[in-house]
Design a protein around this ligand. Sequence first.
Ligand code: UD1
Length: 366
Amino acid sequence: MSRKSVLCVVGARPNYMKIAPILAAMARSAALQGRLLHTGQHYDESMNDAFFADLDIPRPEANLEVGSGSHAQQTAQVMSRFEPVLDANPPDCVLVVGDVNSTLACALVATKKGIPVVHVEAGLRSFDRAMPEEINRVLTDQISDLLFTTEQDALSNLTREGIDAARVHFVGNVMIDSLLWNLKKAVPASETLGESLANGFGVVTLHRPSNVDDPEILGRLLECLAVISRKLPLVFPLHPRTRAQAERHGLLPQLSSLKFMPPLGYLGLLGLLKEARLVLTDSGGLQEESTALGVPCLTLRDNTERPITISQGTNILVGNDPARILAAFDDVMATGGKRGCVPEYWDGRAAERIVAILADWLDNRA
Ligand code: UD1
């Protein structure tokens, strides 16, 4: 019997570490043939190529080169450029990961063509519709035929929205597959930072519109980080969106204890996370990665779609009020922070489970 073809979609940085283990597991499978398409939502060397190299992701068969734009423009561009590619060589199903604009856009095109959609990392909810990703999550799940979840709570979110539990499978976290597979290859922090931070450091990332688009909020956060850095030096790889906004308004403090750098590749960041005393972030991925590594994480948001990182992991929500962030930071320094444990099935085998279930599911449809 010929292998069923699965067209996997990536578009933006957080997709790459999720797709890499899935493609690797498909390459080992006799039942599935993984194909890869890139929408081009992210395109900078540092946001894109570096990850393909670090994670050993094969070259995509097509790149739609949509680039940046408003949400409507970006989503529309992905949709109209994806359709002819799909028509030219239709797969047995389209697999999307995460919650970026490319995820929803490709799922929508495929489902309207009657091509089954598979969503990996389904059912996460922040219950905050002001987050563009929340809209992408809710809608992608609604139109997906097969849904893979990273934590048990996700199933109740999906059934509440009318999704049949029979379509949902709890498989664990493919992003943690990547983390565990690459831990030994991580670039040592000393190589990235020199010896200057040998006595301990924290890692910061911020890119959410709610934290970086308003110069007043971003300015307050950067001042707060400057205060923290006098107690624990901080390293801050800057997302292009954050750098552009901070530079436009002259907000970047000049301090040797607060080290700004360009976005790091996967192995570079992993090396920093491994050795960090603490992570300050608004990223979804870093909340999970710090939980997997047992590193305390302060999340500069009011909510999270990944509640298991709080109930079981090392994560604490601190919002973006400087007084609250400083108090939480002092507490981590005094107590060492939450210990946490690694959630069920975050064991490096999620992609393997996905491939087994998907192969069976496609077989039964044939
Ligand atoms: C997107 C995802 C977000 C994810 C984040 C990780 C959506 C709705 N958001 O947000 O969930 O956490 O990726 O980075 O899909 N830019 C560059 N070079 C690039 C890419 C972007 O300079 O390679 C700049 C552009 O100015 C662009 C801005 O960053 O306008 C935002 O990029 P965009 O893809 O719209 O969203 P992100 O903020 O990266």
